[in-house]
Write a protein that binds this ligand. Structure first.
Ligand code: UD1
Ligand code: CA
Length: 452
């Protein structure tokens, strides 16, 4: 059996008041439709057809790299018409999941269950809600689904039904090919309703299976910025709860955002106003203090990230101490027991075990050995305005405060650089190197006096 996915994404999303198509608005830092596509990839769909309308060029651009078939729905004549646009790309065997580019959070687990529930031709995702207004109602007779009636077509008795149609189905392709061409638009909205395939299938004796999602947010769509923000909060709360169940301590679960995937060891503590972006991994006993933003990085066991650090594309060893106010930029590789202090910036830099840069420094394009001490205010001058060059510092070196290391340059093992030096040539192992003018005292000098 092949499994296909059809994603409806032709809606403009007028209420977003945006130049971007709705499905490209972001939730947890990722376009809505990419949440859906990533879930489709996770369940192993054999093909995906995306139905687009407004902003097709932008949608295609944003989804370059995904293996999808784009099919244009030129006029929005209803959900039934939208799925019909996918038919030429759909085999006549196998099953299709029908999903929506603006319903981002249906889980892999729910979709797998939905596929498994389709044993007779159609399965659908329904839910009992307190306020069903505006949604399609599930009409049952002797427990069996016999139809879906839209709000605008419903009788008062039907409007009282609380079981609603999520709009998400798994349908045999043979049935889609059979019923979609038969849809008509003689209803209150003059639309081709996809929901009418249920009626047609029931008339053919097909039993409709239904399942419900584990979480309500799985079927929630996004039409405006308020719904988007609400769904974001639901999603964040869900992710944090999952991590709490796994043993992570959050000072305040409402003040942490995860925009990607956060993996944590045991006894991790995460303080308030922290943001995790992309793939972040924290070892056992890691402590992340307030205000820190970590992107695509790995942090080793028992490392302490002090307040207000920005860490991007970095790999930090165990028992390290970073910040407060440190900026680790991509390709920063720090070994165990490294200390990076306040107002230190690193980029494309490795530090060996036990090395320290404690205050007000920039280390870029550099390779720093073990047990090195970089004094306050040391700068690697890695850029001459045209090219970047490397600075190599040997094990056990001590670089005095406020020195400038003009790259390319090598500082030897156990070398000592006198404070305030501008080093333009290699410094020898084990020796003191100074590069600054001598201190002089002028005996007969007087301070200027005010002219009258
Ligand atoms: C549809 C269902 C309704 C269900 C509801 C859940 C139908 C007839 N009704 O409502 O039973 O409770 O979803 O939200 O299917 N779209 C297109 N092309 C179109 C029309 C819609 O791509 O021509 C896309 C929209 O961009 C949106 C989705 O389909 O992502 C649903 O459209 P919307 O108008 O919100 O749903 P309804 O038809 O009102
Ligand atoms: Ca509609």
């Amino acid at each position: 059996m092949t499994l296909h996915t059809i994603i409806l994404a032709a809606g403009k999303g007028t209420r977003m008041k945006s130049t971007r198509p709705k499905v490209l608005q972001t939730l947890a830092g990722k376009p809505l439709v990419r949440h859906v596509l990533d879930t489709c990839a996770a369940i192993g769909a054999d093909s995906t057809v995306l139905i687009y309308g407004f902003g097709g060029q932008m949608v295609k651009q944003a989804l370059a790299g995904y293996d999808i078939i784009f099919a244009e729905q030129t006029e929005q004549l209803g959900t039934g018409d939208a799925v019909k646009v996918a038919l030429p790309h759909l085999p006549t065997t196998g099953k299709s999941l029908i999903l929506y580019g603006d319903v981002p959070l249906t889980t892999e687990n729910t979709l797998k269950q939905l596929v498994a529930a389709n044993t007779a031709g159609i399965s659908m995702l329904t839910l009992e809600v307190d306020n069903p207004f505006g949604l399609g109602r599930i009409i049952r007779k002797n427990e069996q689904v016999i139809a879906i009636v839209e709000q605008k077509d419903a009788t008062d008795a039907q409007k009282a039904i609380k079981e609603i149609n999520s709009g998400i189905y798994c349908v045999d392709n043979a049935l889609l090919h059979k019923y979609l061409p038969c849809l008509t638009n003689d209803n209150a909205q003059g639309e081709y309703y996809l929901t009418d395939i249920v009626k047609l299938a029931v008339a053919d004796g097909v039993e409709i299976a239904t399942i419900s999602p584990e979480f309500d947010f799985e079927i929630e769509g996004v039409n405006d910025r308020i719904q988007l923000a609400n769904l974001e909060r639901h999603y964040q709360a869900h992710q944090i709860r999952t991590l709490q169940h796994a043993g992570v301590q959050f000072a305040d679960p409402d003040r942490v955002d995860i925009r990607g995937r956060l993996r944590c060891g045991q006894d991790v503590f995460i303080d308030i106003n922290t943001i995790f972006i992309g793939e972040v991994s924290l070892g056992d006993g890691v402590q992340i203090d307030a205000g820190t933003i970590i992107t695509d990085s790995t942090i080793g066991n028992a490392t302490h990230i002090k307040p207000y650090c920005v860490i991007d594309g970095s790999n930090i060893g165990s028992d390290a101490s970073i910040g407060p106010f440190a900026h680790l930029r991509p390709q920063t590789l720090l070994a165990d027991n490294v200390k990076i202090g306040n107002f230190v910036e690193t980029k494309k830099t490795t530090l060996g075990q036990g090395s320290k840069i404690n205050h007000l420094s920039y280390a870029g394009d550099s390779e720093i050995g073990r047990e090195v001490n970089i004094g306050a205010g040391v700068i690697t001058c890695n850029y001459d305005g045209v090219n970047k060059s490397r600075t190599i510092i040997g094990d056990g070196a001590f670089v005095g405060s406020n020195s400038s290391l003009v790259a390319p340059v090598n500082i030897g093992n156990n070398a000592t650089i006198g404070a305030g030096s501008v080093i333009t040539k290699d410094a020898a192992d084990d020796k003191l190197t100074l590069a600054r003018s001598q201190q002089v005292t002028i005996d007969n000098w007087h301070r200027p006096t005010k002219k009258t």
